[in-house]
Design a protein around this ligand. Structure first.
Ligand code: ADP
Ligand code: ZN
Length: 717
């Protein structure tokens, strides 16, 4: 049956990849043996390939059941770009198109057919399938998003329930079920509901190594941090908010700050929503601000940043939503902003629920989210533990592992706090206790005569936030209780008394100021960036010509490889991971030409020693400019942005070169400028080191760089 010497070659030929991802090979072998399969892999694990490659290697048609029209179209577009004959049938097509596609199928011209479950099981379609089976054969059924059959899943779809009848009608056609849902209950349900026969079960680890997880407290500067995150991380971003109103407000603010952003929520009309989605997928807009309604049908592999600006409902949703980042395995960031007032809002809405069982579950789920957010151990350990997977910690790719919070002794403060709870007769909530500790003067205090207590005003040396952090931590560590009646009254327990009697110490993990991990690039990296941008524009142009998303042409990882390897020949180009036979033929020459043009310009640049490149300022440069114009010094900007001063100088030099309003005279004294200028005139645009050698050590690289910016601007042809 195999027409290829080995599976790796088939993988390279059809999809351009060099290697299988973990699990894929074994699954594909099982599929080729016609076994039933249950495949559980996290988002981005590479599930599709598990039925797509066997579909190409087997005789007959593989029928893929997929719940969402958008998903089908995405996958079919991506397959066609690898010259794989795939098609879909759904309600978006007119009868004429349906007829012609059906004909193509019956003529054996299609390897993969995507259909929605309701069509698959319709009176009209089943006889057609019988015909297909008779004429060309059905290789397999692949049930994508198989958790939709389960009422225990988060996305139950009644029409999936009918799928069992498919099994009855075609008992001998192998069936593959695929899902990213991690719970046991759903897995068992899938096997039962779909009637899988002794399925081979593959469960991949849910650890997404390429994702950086971090939690930040949602302080007053949260919006500024959000902006910084967007500006410092390249690529597409999704920002989740809890309500439509917040989505719209945030979108408006971001647009005001010159960020290319759009909204997505159920309040928008169908057309606007789907337009916004398309613009996001095609990289016409960078940031999607959305309620959780967004993302279900999104296959975009190159989302680099997922920010939860509000608290997620439960850990499973958080895992799935944040997991929309970095499906292509490239490094991506997941940031959760966490605030106490969000907890209050959610608690309030939970208390509105009438079903006590539901209330209990929601409370438990909220508790788990809080534990995750406040946790000081590896974020992965907590997340994966939630799915029953053991993870040893020390992942090196979460905030807690990279910036461990130092433990401090807060026993004295804890004693003050707890005795204040005692003095207030265990009848008040956290905010009131803090008010008393800090010597507040509100009505509640005077009415209760709490200003007469011995603990009144003994905690003025700490901020409200610090006290709150302590209070939360005491709850967390079980050294204090809180009623769950909606009033959150603080209550003491046996351990609280141990603390007050000095029989127990209290340590607190104190958050450290987190750095934005913005790696300063070397000169060489900056050059590679220029090439990468050029390749991106070429990709975008080609994608627009075909009305497909850019990632369908090449993934980011493949573009990066191109900039690293800079292939010179078509053979070299074909070796890059992500370049299959068809894409090589289709796009190889165009990308090679772009790389060649870039190299020639680089070469001629070195020869004539001038920089012909004049671009617009980048986002990050503009941010520096904005701060500079507000009168901040280089050092202040560097501190505010948490990046090195030399990087700020680099921005300013580039801004000068790009003719932006930066006054060089304020940065470098005039006579020093003149000296540097003379050397530049004499030696031309060479690198900084030899220029400095001419000038002597009293001249800094920074000064030379800044003056060179102006010199370049003046000497542009
Ligand atoms: P899932 O459906 O599990 O979320 P996909 O099937 O969409 O994941 O795959 C995620 C991304 O990984 C896709 O863009 C796909 O092209 C890519 N991919 C799949 N298998 C491989 C592989 N062996 N090597 C490189 N990339 C792969
Ligand atoms: Zn970690």
């Amino acid at each position: 049956m195999l027409q290829y010497p080995n599976l790796e070659q088939a993988l390279k030929y059809h999809f351009g990849y060099d290697q299988f991802r973990p699990g894929q090979r074994q699954i594909i072998e099982d599929a080729l043996q016609n076994r039933d399969l249950l495949i559980v892999m996290p988002t981005g694990g590479g599930k599709s390939l598990c039925f797509q490659l066997p579909a190409l290697l087997k005789k007959g048609l593989t029928v893929v059941v997929s719940p969402l029209i958008a998903l089908m179209q995405d996958q079919v577009e991506a397959l066609r770009n690898n010259n794989i004959s795939a098609t879909f049938l759904n309600s978006s097509l007119n009868p004429y198109k349906v007829r012609s596609r059906e004909e193509a199928i019956l003529n054996g011209k299609v390897k993969l057919l995507y259909v929605a479950p309701e069509r698959l099981l319709s009176e009209r379609f089943l006889p057609f399938l019988d015909l297909v089976k008779e004429k060309i054969g059905i290789a397999a059924f692949a049930i994508d998003e198989a958790h939709c059959v389960s009422e225990w899943g988060h996305d139950f779809r009644p029409e999936y329930r009918q799928m069992k009848s498919l099994r009855k009608r075609y008992p001998n056609i192998p069936t593959l079920a695929l899902t990213a849902t991690a719970t046991d209950r759903v897995r068992t349900d899938i096997i039962q509901q779909l009637g899988l026969k002794q399925p081979s079960i593959h469960i991949a680890s849910f650890n997404r190594q390429n994702l950086y997880y971090e939690v930040r407290s949602k302080t007053k500067s949260a919006y500024a941090e959000l902006l910084e995150l967007i500006r410092e991380n390249e690529g597409s971003a999704i920002i989740y908010c809890l309500t439509r109103k917040k989505v719209d407000e945030l979108t408006f603010k971001l647009q005001n700050d010159q960020i290319s952003a759009l909204s997505y929520h159920a309040g928008l009309g169908d057309e606007e929503r789907s337009n916004n989605q398309t613009r996001f997928i095609r990289d016409d807009v960078r940031v999607m601000v959305a309620t959780i309604a967004f993302g279900m049908g999104i296959n975009k592999p190159d989302v680099r940043l997922v920010i939860h600006f509000d608290l997620p409902r439960n850990l499973e949703s958080y895992y799935q939503e944040s997991g929309r980042a970095g499906r292509d395995s490239e490094p991506s960031r997941c940031t959760l902003f966490f605030s106490f007032s969000d907890i209050k809002t959610i608690e309030w809405s939970i208390n509105q629920k009438t079903d006590p069982q539901e209330q209990l579950i929601s409370k438990q789920q909220l508790r788990q989210v809080i534990d995750y957010a406040e946790g000081t151990v590896c974020r992965r350990t907590i997340q994966l533990g939630y799915f029953g997977e053991r993870f040893p910690g020390n992942c090196g790719n979460c905030d807690n592992c990279r910036y461990p919070k130092p433990l401090q002794d807060w026993t004295i403060e804890a004693m003050k706090f707890l005795s204040c709870v005692a003095r207030c007769k265990e009848r008040f909530g956290m905010l009131h206790i803090i008010d008393v500790l800090r010597g507040g003067k509100n009505q509640k205090i005077t009415q209760n005569e709490h200003d007469k207590l011995s603990t009144y005003g003994i905690g003025k040396d700490r901020t409200v936030d610090e006290w709150r952090m302590l209070g939360r931590s005491l709850l967390h560590q079980g050294l204090l209780e809180q009623t769950s009646d909606g009033y959150s009254v603080l209550k003491l327990n046996a351990l609280s008394w141990e603390v007050m009697r000095r029989q127990r110490t209290v340590s607190l993990a104190v958050p450290v100021v987190q750095k934005i991990t913005w790696e300063e690039g070397s000169e060489k990296a900056a050059e590679a960036e220029v090439l990468l941008q050029r390749l991106r524009s070429l990709r975008k142009q080609l994608a627009d010509e075909q009305s497909v998303p850019p990632y369908v042409i090449f993934h980011d990882s493949t573009l990066k490889l191109m900039t690293q390897v800079q292939p010179k020949t078509i053979t070299e180009f074909g070796k890059l991971s992500g370049v299959g036979s068809h894409k090589l033929a289709q796009y190889g020459d165009k990308f090679l030409a772009e790389i060649k043009a870039y190299r020639q310009e680089q070469g001629s640049q070195e020869q004539v020693k001038s920089t012909p490149f004049l671009g617009l300022p980048s986002d990050t440069e503009l941010f520096t400019l904005q701060l500079y114009q507000q009168g901040l010094s280089v050092a202040e900007i560097a501190q505010k942005r948490n990046i090195r001063a030399t990087t700020i100088i680099r921005h300013l030099a580039d801004l000068i070169e790009k003719d932006q309003a930066v006054d060089l005279n304020q940065l470098v004294p005039l006579e020093r400028q003149q000296k540097i200028w003379q050397v530049l005139e004499a030696v031309g645009d060479i690198s900084l080191t030899p220029i400095r050698e001419q000038l002597g050590e009293s001249y800094s690289y920074d000064e030379i760089r800044l003056v060179r910016g102006k010199w370049r601007r003046e000497n542009r042809n």
